[in-house]
Ligand binder design. Structure first.
Ligand code: FE2
Length: 303
Protein backbone atom coordinates (compact mmCIF):
# COMPACT_ATOMS: atom_id res chain seq x y z
CA UNK A 1 0.00 0.00 0.00
CA UNK A 2 2.68 2.46 1.03
CA UNK A 3 4.67 3.82 -1.87
CA UNK A 4 8.37 3.16 -1.35
CA UNK A 5 10.67 6.03 -2.28
CA UNK A 6 7.86 7.76 -4.07
CA UNK A 7 9.37 9.55 -7.05
CA UNK A 8 8.90 13.25 -7.22
CA UNK A 9 10.20 15.94 -9.47
CA UNK A 10 11.21 19.14 -7.71
CA UNK A 11 10.80 21.02 -10.99
CA UNK A 12 7.03 20.58 -10.74
CA UNK A 13 7.00 23.05 -7.84
CA UNK A 14 7.17 26.80 -8.66
CA UNK A 15 9.88 27.71 -6.11
CA UNK A 16 10.69 31.43 -6.02
CA UNK A 17 13.47 32.29 -3.58
CA UNK A 18 13.50 35.95 -4.69
CA UNK A 19 10.20 36.53 -2.94
CA UNK A 20 10.59 37.11 0.80
CA UNK A 21 7.27 37.29 2.64
CA UNK A 22 7.10 38.89 6.06
CA UNK A 23 6.42 36.11 8.54
CA UNK A 24 5.14 36.72 12.08
CA UNK A 25 5.01 33.84 14.53
CA UNK A 26 2.57 33.47 17.42
CA UNK A 27 3.51 30.80 19.94
CA UNK A 28 0.72 29.09 21.88
CA UNK A 29 2.10 27.97 25.25
CA UNK A 30 -0.80 25.65 26.05
CA UNK A 31 -0.18 23.41 23.03
CA UNK A 32 3.36 24.34 21.90
CA UNK A 33 1.91 25.30 18.52
CA UNK A 34 3.20 28.15 16.38
CA UNK A 35 0.65 30.01 14.24
CA UNK A 36 1.84 32.29 11.44
CA UNK A 37 0.76 35.42 9.61
CA UNK A 38 2.45 35.43 6.21
CA UNK A 39 2.36 38.74 4.35
CA UNK A 40 2.87 39.37 0.66
CA UNK A 41 5.85 41.81 0.46
CA UNK A 42 4.21 43.83 -2.34
CA UNK A 43 0.64 44.21 -1.05
CA UNK A 44 -1.52 44.23 2.07
CA UNK A 45 -2.60 40.63 1.54
CA UNK A 46 -1.78 37.92 4.04
CA UNK A 47 -2.44 34.32 4.98
CA UNK A 48 -2.67 32.55 8.32
CA UNK A 49 -1.10 29.13 8.72
CA UNK A 50 -2.31 26.82 11.52
CA UNK A 51 -4.39 28.90 13.92
CA UNK A 52 -5.26 27.79 17.45
CA UNK A 53 -8.53 27.93 19.39
CA UNK A 54 -8.11 27.74 23.18
CA UNK A 55 -9.80 24.99 25.14
CA UNK A 56 -9.97 24.21 28.84
CA UNK A 57 -10.88 20.58 28.22
CA UNK A 58 -11.56 19.76 31.88
CA UNK A 59 -14.17 22.51 31.97
CA UNK A 60 -15.43 22.13 28.39
CA UNK A 61 -14.68 25.83 27.88
CA UNK A 62 -13.66 27.35 24.55
CA UNK A 63 -12.02 30.79 24.31
CA UNK A 64 -10.20 32.71 21.60
CA UNK A 65 -7.32 34.62 23.14
CA UNK A 66 -4.70 33.17 20.80
CA UNK A 67 -6.80 33.71 17.66
CA UNK A 68 -7.61 37.25 18.81
CA UNK A 69 -3.88 38.04 18.83
CA UNK A 70 -3.71 37.15 15.14
CA UNK A 71 -6.93 39.01 14.34
CA UNK A 72 -5.79 42.14 16.21
CA UNK A 73 -2.43 42.10 14.42
CA UNK A 74 -4.08 41.83 11.00
CA UNK A 75 -6.52 44.64 11.83
CA UNK A 76 -3.84 46.92 13.27
CA UNK A 77 -1.74 46.54 10.13
CA UNK A 78 -4.72 47.01 7.84
CA UNK A 79 -4.09 43.68 6.11
CA UNK A 80 -6.52 41.64 4.06
CA UNK A 81 -6.73 37.99 5.05
CA UNK A 82 -7.01 35.85 1.92
CA UNK A 83 -6.22 32.34 3.17
CA UNK A 84 -6.55 30.39 6.40
CA UNK A 85 -4.41 27.32 5.81
CA UNK A 86 -4.28 24.11 7.80
CA UNK A 87 -1.18 22.02 7.14
CA UNK A 88 -3.16 18.98 8.36
CA UNK A 89 -5.84 17.77 10.79
CA UNK A 90 -4.05 18.52 14.04
CA UNK A 91 -4.42 16.10 16.93
CA UNK A 92 -3.02 18.34 19.64
CA UNK A 93 -4.86 21.63 19.29
CA UNK A 94 -8.13 22.97 17.90
CA UNK A 95 -8.20 25.14 14.80
CA UNK A 96 -9.71 28.63 15.06
CA UNK A 97 -10.32 28.84 11.30
CA UNK A 98 -14.11 29.48 11.41
CA UNK A 99 -13.76 32.06 14.19
CA UNK A 100 -11.10 33.94 12.24
CA UNK A 101 -12.97 33.62 8.95
CA UNK A 102 -16.09 35.06 10.58
CA UNK A 103 -14.11 38.13 11.69
CA UNK A 104 -11.79 38.66 8.72
CA UNK A 105 -12.91 36.55 5.75
CA UNK A 106 -10.48 34.43 3.78
CA UNK A 107 -10.73 30.89 2.46
CA UNK A 108 -10.00 27.84 4.60
CA UNK A 109 -7.81 25.28 2.81
CA UNK A 110 -6.40 21.85 3.65
CA UNK A 111 -4.99 18.82 1.78
CA UNK A 112 -7.45 16.89 -0.39
CA UNK A 113 -6.76 13.69 1.55
CA UNK A 114 -8.79 15.18 4.39
CA UNK A 115 -11.44 12.82 3.02
CA UNK A 116 -9.41 9.82 4.25
CA UNK A 117 -9.02 11.43 7.67
CA UNK A 118 -12.75 12.18 7.84
CA UNK A 119 -13.56 8.62 6.88
CA UNK A 120 -11.25 7.14 9.55
CA UNK A 121 -12.34 9.40 12.39
CA UNK A 122 -15.96 9.56 11.28
CA UNK A 123 -16.03 5.84 12.15
CA UNK A 124 -14.06 6.19 15.42
CA UNK A 125 -16.39 8.95 16.63
CA UNK A 126 -19.43 7.13 15.23
CA UNK A 127 -20.58 10.21 13.34
CA UNK A 128 -23.92 9.99 11.58
CA UNK A 129 -24.55 10.47 7.90
CA UNK A 130 -24.91 14.21 8.50
CA UNK A 131 -21.13 14.32 8.87
CA UNK A 132 -19.89 14.73 5.30
CA UNK A 133 -16.64 12.91 4.51
CA UNK A 134 -15.94 14.73 1.25
CA UNK A 135 -13.99 17.71 2.61
CA UNK A 136 -16.90 20.04 1.83
CA UNK A 137 -16.49 21.80 5.21
CA UNK A 138 -13.40 23.47 3.70
CA UNK A 139 -13.31 26.14 0.99
CA UNK A 140 -10.36 24.58 -0.84
CA UNK A 141 -8.80 21.12 -1.00
CA UNK A 142 -5.20 21.19 -2.18
CA UNK A 143 -3.60 18.56 -4.39
CA UNK A 144 0.16 18.14 -4.66
CA UNK A 145 1.62 21.12 -6.52
CA UNK A 146 -1.54 23.23 -6.43
CA UNK A 147 -0.84 26.95 -6.44
CA UNK A 148 -2.77 29.84 -4.92
CA UNK A 149 -2.20 33.55 -4.52
CA UNK A 150 -1.90 35.82 -1.50
CA UNK A 151 -2.03 39.28 -3.08
CA UNK A 152 0.67 39.09 -5.77
CA UNK A 153 2.51 36.30 -3.98
CA UNK A 154 2.17 32.78 -5.29
CA UNK A 155 2.08 29.95 -2.80
CA UNK A 156 1.98 26.23 -3.45
CA UNK A 157 1.20 23.02 -1.59
CA UNK A 158 3.55 20.03 -1.39
CA UNK A 159 1.97 16.71 -0.50
CA UNK A 160 3.92 15.38 2.50
CA UNK A 161 2.05 12.43 4.05
CA UNK A 162 3.40 10.22 6.82
CA UNK A 163 2.42 11.98 10.04
CA UNK A 164 -1.14 11.92 8.66
CA UNK A 165 -2.34 10.96 5.16
CA UNK A 166 -3.45 14.54 4.43
CA UNK A 167 -0.35 16.54 5.43
CA UNK A 168 0.78 19.38 3.18
CA UNK A 169 3.81 21.65 3.43
CA UNK A 170 2.97 25.16 2.20
CA UNK A 171 5.62 27.23 0.45
CA UNK A 172 5.32 30.98 -0.13
CA UNK A 173 8.46 32.52 -1.65
CA UNK A 174 11.47 31.60 0.47
CA UNK A 175 9.32 30.49 3.41
CA UNK A 176 8.04 26.93 3.89
CA UNK A 177 5.54 25.99 6.59
CA UNK A 178 6.41 22.40 7.33
CA UNK A 179 3.48 21.41 9.56
CA UNK A 180 4.23 18.17 11.37
CA UNK A 181 7.00 16.74 9.22
CA UNK A 182 10.20 18.13 10.68
CA UNK A 183 10.78 19.78 14.03
CA UNK A 184 13.77 21.98 14.78
CA UNK A 185 17.08 20.11 14.20
CA UNK A 186 17.35 19.15 17.88
CA UNK A 187 13.66 18.09 17.96
CA UNK A 188 13.82 15.70 15.01
CA UNK A 189 10.55 14.69 13.38
CA UNK A 190 6.84 14.26 14.05
CA UNK A 191 5.30 10.96 15.12
CA UNK A 192 3.95 8.65 12.44
CA UNK A 193 1.69 6.32 14.41
CA UNK A 194 -1.72 7.97 14.07
CA UNK A 195 -4.29 6.14 11.89
CA UNK A 196 -3.13 6.59 8.29
CA UNK A 197 0.38 7.55 9.39
CA UNK A 198 3.51 5.70 8.23
CA UNK A 199 7.17 6.17 9.19
CA UNK A 200 8.60 5.27 5.77
CA UNK A 201 6.17 7.63 4.06
CA UNK A 202 7.14 10.37 6.51
CA UNK A 203 10.83 9.81 5.70
CA UNK A 204 10.08 10.17 1.98
CA UNK A 205 8.10 13.36 2.61
CA UNK A 206 10.91 14.80 4.70
CA UNK A 207 13.35 14.11 1.85
CA UNK A 208 11.01 16.09 -0.37
CA UNK A 209 11.12 19.04 2.05
CA UNK A 210 14.91 18.78 2.23
CA UNK A 211 15.05 18.93 -1.59
CA UNK A 212 13.92 22.55 -1.41
CA UNK A 213 16.76 25.11 -1.80
CA UNK A 214 19.27 25.15 1.08
CA UNK A 215 18.41 28.76 1.95
CA UNK A 216 14.65 28.09 2.21
CA UNK A 217 13.39 29.32 5.58
CA UNK A 218 11.52 26.53 7.36
CA UNK A 219 8.83 27.38 9.90
CA UNK A 220 7.82 24.71 12.40
CA UNK A 221 4.28 23.99 13.58
CA UNK A 222 5.54 22.87 16.99
CA UNK A 223 8.47 23.25 19.31
CA UNK A 224 8.89 21.75 22.76
CA UNK A 225 12.24 23.34 23.69
CA UNK A 226 14.21 20.10 24.01
CA UNK A 227 16.87 19.96 26.74
CA UNK A 228 15.57 23.14 28.29
CA UNK A 229 16.40 25.50 25.43
CA UNK A 230 14.16 28.46 24.63
CA UNK A 231 11.31 27.91 22.17
CA UNK A 232 12.38 28.29 18.51
CA UNK A 233 10.48 27.86 15.26
CA UNK A 234 12.64 28.95 12.35
CA UNK A 235 15.48 27.12 10.65
CA UNK A 236 16.63 26.37 7.07
CA UNK A 237 16.83 23.38 4.77
CA UNK A 238 20.65 23.47 5.06
CA UNK A 239 20.49 23.37 8.86
CA UNK A 240 18.03 20.48 8.90
CA UNK A 241 20.04 18.47 6.37
CA UNK A 242 23.20 18.87 8.41
CA UNK A 243 21.90 18.60 11.96
CA UNK A 244 18.42 17.11 12.27
CA UNK A 245 18.77 14.39 14.91
CA UNK A 246 16.35 12.03 13.16
CA UNK A 247 17.06 12.53 9.45
CA UNK A 248 20.16 14.74 9.18
CA UNK A 249 23.68 13.68 8.29
CA UNK A 250 22.52 11.07 5.78
CA UNK A 251 20.47 8.79 8.05
CA UNK A 252 18.90 6.04 5.97
CA UNK A 253 15.22 5.30 5.47
CA UNK A 254 15.64 1.99 7.30
CA UNK A 255 17.33 3.65 10.28
CA UNK A 256 14.59 6.24 10.43
CA UNK A 257 11.75 3.69 10.28
CA UNK A 258 13.29 1.60 13.07
CA UNK A 259 13.91 4.59 15.30
CA UNK A 260 10.56 6.27 14.61
CA UNK A 261 8.54 3.09 15.15
CA UNK A 262 10.25 2.32 18.46
CA UNK A 263 9.86 5.89 19.68
CA UNK A 264 6.19 6.14 18.66
CA UNK A 265 5.35 2.95 20.57
CA UNK A 266 6.34 4.80 23.75
CA UNK A 267 4.41 8.02 23.13
CA UNK A 268 1.16 8.72 24.94
CA UNK A 269 -1.83 10.11 23.03
CA UNK A 270 -1.78 13.91 22.79
CA UNK A 271 -3.73 15.47 25.67
CA UNK A 272 -6.24 17.15 23.35
CA UNK A 273 -6.57 14.48 20.64
CA UNK A 274 -10.25 13.72 21.40
CA UNK A 275 -11.57 17.29 21.07
CA UNK A 276 -9.01 18.24 18.40
CA UNK A 277 -9.99 15.57 15.89
CA UNK A 278 -13.74 16.17 16.28
CA UNK A 279 -13.34 19.88 15.70
CA UNK A 280 -10.54 19.88 13.12
CA UNK A 281 -12.10 17.28 10.83
CA UNK A 282 -14.99 19.77 10.61
CA UNK A 283 -12.65 22.59 9.57
CA UNK A 284 -12.73 23.98 13.12
CA UNK A 285 -16.47 23.82 13.75
CA UNK A 286 -17.58 22.37 17.08
CA UNK A 287 -19.99 19.45 16.63
CA UNK A 288 -23.52 19.82 18.00
CA UNK A 289 -25.98 17.50 19.70
CA UNK A 290 -29.48 16.79 18.37
CA UNK A 291 -30.71 20.11 19.78
CA UNK A 292 -27.92 22.12 18.21
CA UNK A 293 -25.85 22.60 21.37
CA UNK A 294 -22.08 22.47 20.91
CA UNK A 295 -20.94 19.18 22.40
CA UNK A 296 -17.90 16.89 22.23
CA UNK A 297 -17.84 13.11 22.62
CA UNK A 298 -15.34 10.78 24.26
CA UNK A 299 -15.39 7.40 22.49
CA UNK A 300 -14.17 4.76 24.94
CA UNK A 301 -11.24 2.50 24.02
CA UNK A 302 -11.31 3.54 20.37
CA UNK A 303 -7.99 5.35 20.04
FE1 FE2 B 1 -0.04 17.09 13.88
Amino acid sequence: MTPHHEDFDMAQYPVNMDLRPKVDAFFDEATNTISYIVQDPTSDACAIVDSVMDIDYAAGRITHDHADRLIDTIRQRGLTLEWIIETHVHADHLSAAPYIQDKLGGKVGIGANIQLVQDTFGKIFNEGTEFQRDGSQFDALFQDGDTYTVGHMQGFAMFTPGHTPACMVHVMGDAAFVGDTLFMPDGGSARADFPGGDAGTLYDSIQKVLSLPDAMRLFMCHDYGPNGRDIQWETTVAEEKANNIHVGGGKTREEFIKFRTERDAQLAMPRLIIPSLQVNMRAGEIPTDQDGNPQLKVPVNKL
